[in-house]
Design a protein around this ligand. Structure first.
Ligand code: 13P
Length: 340
């Protein structure tokens, strides 16, 4: 393992107030989002949509790295230029999703375990050869009646740590993503307690699997009340509770924390990230960045609608969200930016 290279890549992913663009939706997830907008669910439509994203002029001003999916990392522009080349030419580091999905966990009704460790070493070596420099693995934790169970949290944390160690062995920076889902009617406080429990378990496992903390990025959820909780939270409450949880659980050696958006609107995700950076920036040991999929892509997808004539307008919508999030890293985002 070349530790210095991992450290340099991890730092580059959160440098200069940029963040990550997650465009690693699996085919079923991408198809589901296309179906909602009556976009054909074909390889070619997915390729065209990903071409729109990677060729967005100016994207590299705000985006340090893009997370791809196995289908996408092998795709090309219509003119034959590989997406990998388009991204690196734009100064964007290519990354790859390597888990094979969250599956029902045996004997644990309502809970999921993420799969993908079998054969992972060989898949990682291939992605590194292709030009990827970081990888992502997502675990999902559900809050509900009597869940999450200790065993679900531990099994997912263990898998994340084994994945992270394998990534570092081959030279890929692991993005470690334990997502506590927003689904449900739990309170902000319940989310905070669960998030802290999950992060404690994840860092115990990362340490026990000898993962170099300086050469990884954490991708957590923000601390939020459940979508159907009657008591919703202010931007300040979300920012305070999220930072409090991270302070308590994430070692200072980790260079960056890049949040997932998890179904929040683009505006709320930007506003919450902005408040965290505005209020706490000088007291944080790690960069607080973003690794959003829906909160960056959704307006662009809705504008595109699968039509060539809408490509430029969709690219403007994508860049707009990327710029808002870069501003949020500096604590300079405001609602006025949504109008430009
Ligand atoms: P969202 O930002 O849409 O939650 O997606 C982030 C992600 O990469 C999910 O794994």
């Amino acid at each position: 393992m070349n530790a210095q290279k991992l450290i340099d890549t991890a730092k580059a992913l959160v440098a200069d107030n940029k963040g990550l663009l997650a465009m690693d939706e699996s085919n079923p997830t991408c198809n589901k989002r296309f179906a909602k907008l009556n976009i054909p669910q074909t390889v070619d439509a997915r390729r065209a949509y990903r071409e729109l994203i990677v060729t967005t002029p100016g994207l590299g001003e705000c985006i340090s790295g893009a997370i791809l999916y196995d289908e996408t990392i092998r795709q090309e522009k219509k003119d034959g230029t590989p997406f990998l080349k388009v991204l690196t030419d734009a100064g964007i580091i290519p990354g790859i999703k390597v888990d094979t999905g969250a599956k029902d966990m045996a004997a644990h009704p309502g809970e999921k375990i993420t799969e993908g460790l079998d054969g992972l070493r060989d898949r990682l070596a291939e992605y590194y050869q292709m030009g990827a420099r970081f990888a992502k693995w997502r675990a999902v934790i559900t809050i509900g009646d009597g869940i999450p169970s200790r065993s679900c949290v531990e099994a997912n944390a263990h898998a994340l740590a084994r994945y992270a160690a394998l990534c570092q062995e081959v030279g890929l920076v692991p993005i470690v993503e334990p997502e506590v889902l927003m689904d449900g009617n739990h309170t902000l406080e319940q989310c905070r307690v669960t998030t802290e429990e999950v992060l404690r378990s994840v860092f115990n496992q990362l340490n026990s699997q000898r993962v170099l903390l300086e050469g990884m990025i954490l991708k957590p959820n923000m601390v939020l009340p459940g979508l159907t909780c009657p008591m919703q939270a202010s931007v300040d409450e979300v920012a305070n509770n999220t930072v409090k949880s991270l302070w308590r659980t994430v070692p200072a050696a980790v260079p960056g924390i890049a949040f997932l958006s998890g179904g929040q609107s683009g505006e709320l995700a930007s506003a919450r990230l902005n408040t965290m950076n505005l209020r706490f920036n000088s007291r944080l040991p790690w960069a607080l960045a973003f690794s959003f999929a829906r909160a960056i892509q959704q307006p662009a997808l809705e504008t595109w609608q699968g039509k060539e004539a809408n490509v430029q307008a969709a690219q403007r919508a994508l860049l707009q969200r990327a710029r808002c999030n870069r501003a949020a890293r500096r604590g300079e985002y405001n609602a006025e930016m949504e109008k430009t």
